[in-house]
Design a protein around this ligand. Structure first.
Ligand SMILES: C[S@@+](CC[C@H](N)C(=O)[O-])C[C@H]1O[C@@H](n2cnc3c(N)ncnc32)[C@H](O)[C@@H]1O
Length: 249
């Protein structure tokens, strides 16, 4: 992996892939769609003929969104869906990423950028009086360390719409939804979200970015967090921002 990918904090292994699958299911239910209805309606009428994954016609490739777009990818895409880049981007990168997406799209093509407002991630009481001490005690140094690394910056998420506009997109709009729009998902959200907080904690502790914390201490507090989260007595909650916009003719 090249140096350009270094700012990304989470691991790229099978455990993380399984966590992302669970997260994907939670996001789909709570956002209410995968592709925004306004993009779906604007797609060409023959969109139902797009190849399905099971036909073996989907191509996968790697693209570093922070690098200049290669010539052969320029103006080639109808829709570009970015999701959850918050762990990878520093403040200066968000605008650059949006500009590169503009280069990738055909005239009239759409961007859908969904990101999570993790700076406002909080542990909420479902059962009045239930302890949230371990959860908030672990979250606080994790957010502090990420912020010191110029990641998870609140203005990046709340400013997502303007930075997409500033990159040159037209007719922009924003949906804001919450991770517990469907309250029944609180228990399953707790599992993948706690895994994310724990993994970030361990990575940051190993980097020496969380003064006074070791990987073992993160593990010990995690055991107490899991106890607090059991039966969703308390639950992790945060917002999603979904910005859509169109490339001009
Ligand atoms: C939290 S995961 C989200 C994965 C997936 N987009 C989803 O929503 O389930 C963040 C992803 O961003 C990717 N990423 C980080 N930096 C990137 C960059 N500069 N260009 C492209 N992708 C990047 C990581 O490889 C990782 O797959």
């Amino acid at each position: 992996m090249s140096e350009d990918w270094k700012p990304y904090t989470l691991p790229r292994d099978h455990t993380e892939s399984n966590r992302l699958d669970a997260e994907h299911r939670g996001y789909k239910v709570n956002v209410g769609y995968l592709l925004h209805p306004r993009i779906r309606e604007a797609l060409p009428t023959n969109a139902h003929q797009f190849p399905k994954e099971r036909d073996g016609k989907v191509e996968y490739g790697l693209l570093n969104v922070l690098k200049d777009v290669p010539e052969h990818h320029k103006a080639k895409f109808d829709v570009f869906h970015l999701r959850l880049l918050i762990c990878g981007l520093k403040t200066r990168d968000w605008q650059k990423a949006a500009r590169h997406v503009l280069d990738l799209l055909k005239p009239g093509g759409w961007i859908q950028w969904q990101d999570s407002n993790f700076p406002n991630l909080k542990c909420y009481n479902n059962k009045p009086g239930a302890s949230r001490k371990a959860c908030s005690g672990l979250l606080s140094p994790v957010l502090k360390a990420l912020s010191a690394q110029d990641k998870f910056m609140p203005h990046s998420i709340t400013g997502l719409m303007s930075l997409v506009q500033n990159a040159g997109f037209e007719d922009c709009d924003e949906d804001v939804s919450s991770s517990d729009r469907v309250a029944e998902t609180r228990a399953t959200n707790n599992v993948y979200q706690q895994d994310a907080v724990t993994t970030l904690g361990k990575v940051l502790a190993q980097q020496g970015a969380m003064p006074g914390w070791t990987k073992e201490q993160v593990d010990a507090v995690t055991a107490r967090c899991i106890e607090e989260l059991r039966d969703a007595k308390v639950y992790w909650r945060w917002d999603f921002h979904i910005v859509t916009g169109k490339k001009g003719p």
